[in-house]
Design a binder for this molecule. Structure first.
Ligand code: FDA
Length: 508
């Protein structure tokens, strides 16, 4: 019965950890639902029929995680590990088999060493907590990671981590110096004891495959005391189409200090119910407005940037500014707010290597006018071109002009599966339309924009060629090395989810 599973498991935990007060929630606990829901970002995975964990552990010490791994293994129960809960497909808190949830909420300290320009961060910290922690100690140090402050360090560092300064400094994973991790035997390893193969794999090989990372040591990067942001919005009737077309050539070649992305979505054109497409150009420059204006005039005059569009601020304020869910002038401590935007959504990703033709764009607008998705185009280039494809498992480097993120959201609160299916089908149709314009063989995808449409293994039962098919989309030629590392360090495939790296012994 579930009571005896709980009793046995609790007994096992107390024997195997150095304390007997592990925060533990069963479905009968008062706080079980609120703890479970606290960081579920995609509400598609929070319905009455979504499978729920047998119980939740919120470790407050490393030894609690060691014990949870040892006991799950002993009792043949799967684990799901959750840091910020932003996984697009809910893989950090949902499974089709009996499972427990290890939620890292209590392990989220950030300790910054300004002199050494490094920091140790526990996996349960959010990006907002990381940025805030750095700014508390220094206004001229920063870190390249994502835009959304409620995203967890744990998941993001496992997959890449791009944001406003990645063209200058690379991804989060390019700036990780060390990590402490609990492996499938419940041991704690660091870089030295895990060795360079496993350390390579955990910097980009995707969450949930190799162990539970407790904390990461990162290299902080210099940021100037003043940075400049701007936002320019253009609809089709104001020449958005030609600007987007031109942007494809310009943005990936801009100086590394300039980040200029585009968000595209359908908006009302007038009050007669007609629609148009709006392109929002969002930029962050590591420097003052005067210098940015000169560069933009030289390189992208058509955009028409003027000094009135530019706002100078500190780097840490720009982290608030880029949080699309908070007013741009919010106080800095909003970065510590873990209250998340939550919604019903489906996302996908692509990498573009050749500019899309004007005709291709016109057809894309027609499709976007049918439905209300958002496309975010993130320029690559800069430092990303200098790092080889095999340096980390993240292979989308030189030759990538930009990444496309597709996201469609809807109000699913009425619980209509049909409505959800309609939106998801529509996104899949758009994705099919985009095939000729994006990377091929494989059509690549960003592992942090997890997409189960690419393929999935139900309870570890896929064959090698099936798993390789989606694995190569995320990791290209790095996939085989990831499988080798997995097979060596977790041969029994203990850490697994629908898209984890498989151990060769478990594949047909
Ligand atoms: P979550 O806790 O859901 O974990 C994700 C995966 O990692 C799961 O498989 C989980 O089991 C595993 N995992 C988590 N912690 C672990 C640990 N300590 N040890 C081992 N495995 C662990 N990306 C980006 O690069 N730049 C950006 O700007 C953004 N912006 C953004 C905004 C929003 C609103 C969303 C929903 C997502 C993004 N992302 C992003 C994508 C984001 O990087 C990705 O979803 C991360 O995996 C989220 O990390 P969390 O810790 O929040 O996820």
């Amino acid at each position: 019965t579930s009571n005896s599973i709980h009793g046995n498991f609790l007994h096992c935990l107390s024997i195997n950890s150095q304390s007997n007060s592990i925060p533990f929630y069963t479905p009968n606990s008062l706080n079980y639902s609120s703890v479970l829901q606290s960081s579920i970002n995609n509400l598609r995975y929070s319905t009455p029929t979504t499978p729920k964990p047998l119980f939740i552990i919120r470790p407050s010490q490393d030894s609690h995680i060691q014990a949870a791994v040892i006991c799950s293994k002993k009792h043949g129960i799967e684990v799901r590990v959750r840091s910020g809960g932003h996984d697009y497909e809910g893989l950090s808190y949902v499974a089709d088999v009996p499972f427990i949830l290890i939620d890292l909420f209590n392990l989220r300290s950030v300790s910054v060493d300004v002199e050494d320009r490094t920091a140790w961060i526990q996996s349960g910290a959010t990006l907002g907590e990381l940025y805030y922690g750095i700014a508390e100690k220094s206004r001229t140090l920063g870190f390249p990671a994502g835009h959304c402050p409620t995203v967890g360090v744990g998941g993001q560092f496992f997959g890449g981590g791009y944001g406003t300064i990645f063209r200058k400094y690379g991804l989060s994973i390019d700036n990780i110096l060390d990590a402490r991790m609990v492996d499938a035997n419940g041991r704690i390893l660091d870089r030295e004891s895990m060795g360079e193969d496993l350390f390579w794999a955990i910097r980009g090989g995707g969450g949930g495959s190799f162990g539970v990372v407790l904390s990461w040591k990162i290299r902080l990067v210099p940021v100037p005391p003043i940075v400049t942001v701007f936002r320019i919005e253009k609809i089709l009737e104001q020449g958005a189409s030609a600007l987007v077309h031109r942007w494809q050539e310009v943005a990936p070649k801009l100086p590394n200090e300039i980040f200029l992305r585009i968000s595209l979505s359908a908006v009302d054109a007038n009050d007669k119910g007609e629609k148009t497409i709006k392109a929002i150009f969002d930029s962050m420059f590591l420097g003052v407005a005067k210098d940015l204006l000169v560069m933009m005039k030289e390189r992208f005059r058509e955009l028409g940037l003027e000094s009135k569009d530019c706002i100078e601020m500190s780097w840490i304020q720009s982290a608030v500014y880029f949080d699309r869910f908070a007013p741009p002038d919010s106080p800095l401590d909003i970065l510590l707010d873990r209250t998340q935007w939550k919604g019903y959504f489906k996302g996908k990703s692509d990498f573009v290597k050749e500019p899309i033709s004007q005709v291709g764009l016109e057809e894309l607008w027609k499709r976007l006018l049918e439905e209300g998705p958002t496309l975010i185009l993130t320029p690559f280039g800069g430092k990303m071109n200098e790092i080889s494809e095999s340096e980390t498992p993240f292979p989308h480097r030189n030759g990538t002009l930009y990444m496309i993120e597709y996201a469609v959201g809807w109000d699913g609160s009425q619980g209509s599966d049909e409505l959800s299916q309609k939106h998801i089908d529509w996104l899949r149709k758009l994705y099919r339309y985009m095939a000729p314009f994006v990377s091929k063989s494989p059509r690549a995808a960003y592992v942090n924009y997890r997409d189960l449409d690419l393929g999935q293994s139900k309870n570890g039962t896929s064959t090698y060629s099936q798993a390789r098919a989606w694995g190569r989309k995320y990791f290209k030629n790095n996939y085989e090395r990831l499988v080798q590392v997995k097979s060596k360090f977790d041969p029994e495939n203990f850490f697994r989810n629908e898209q984890s790296i498989p151990s060769i012994a478990y594949l047909g």
